[in-house]
Write a protein that binds this ligand. Sequence first.
Ligand SMILES: Nc1ncnc2c1ncn2[C@@H]1O[C@H](COP(=O)(O)OP(=O)(O)OP(=O)(O)O)[C@@H](O)[C@H]1O
Ligand SMILES: [Mg+2]
Length: 237
Amino acid sequence: MLKVEEVSVRFGGVQAVAGMSLEAPPGRVTGLIGPNGAGKTTLFNVITGLQKPNTGRVLLGDRDLTKASTAKRARAGVGRTFQRLEVFGSLTVYDNVLLAAELAHVKNPSAAAHQLLERVGLGGFAAQQAGVLPTGMARLLELARALAGNPSVLLLDEPGSGLTEAECKALGDLLLSLTADGTAVLLVEHDMELVMRVCQHVYVLDFGQLLAEGSPAEVSANPAVQIAYLGAEEVSA
Ligand SMILES: Nc1ncnc2c1ncn2[C@@H]1O[C@H](COP(=O)(O)OP(=O)(O)OP(=O)(O)O)[C@@H](O)[C@H]1O
Ligand SMILES: [Mg+2]
């Protein structure tokens, strides 16, 4: 179980995250939604060790990871994908995943890489250069790379962005299959259809603070959430 306790991050005059707490239990997709600039990516950076919080703690099970390095957190089972894609463009699709599998000391990295590419639907693109992939496929490649580390907690920062409808549907299926295997998924996503389909619990962040939490149906029916997140047009529609 991943636990974030009372995390705050300040950038100069900007309070990006203000006393935010959340839990991402195994076998569940937990949603983290909120308007642009709400602090979602900053919170992911705190969880993965890329951003030091001013206050608060990050716990995985009974381990306090607040001061652990990014590498140590990865070894402890924390995996992620990035909102701004971070694939190795000059390598092939296969080599991107192979490298991740080798870094994670997977037993048979080559077989694992092929399996992961199949699992995310990129089996037919192994020999392609990663840099020329359309955004949606590059996101799936990032996901395959994150899965190579066999994470117990997987943080996904807008994985649905740039995906076609069919890819998005397949992504949803994949996320549900991961939770069936016991993975804890924490999903930042603007595509509410995907959030509604896969999340059991959703936290809504606004100006770095918790605005609401509950089932996808509960939070999307919450008037404060509609105003902050969905926008006035959708409230009146
Ligand atoms: N490295 C940084 N230095 C200064 N300000 C930052 C930095 N990173 C983020 N911010 C600011 O912190 C706030 C939260 O940003 P963050 O990227 O976490 O939001 P977000 O919820 O991920 O938004 P989006 O939906 O657009 O991705 C914003 O006001 C942003 O401008
Ligand atoms: Mg973001």
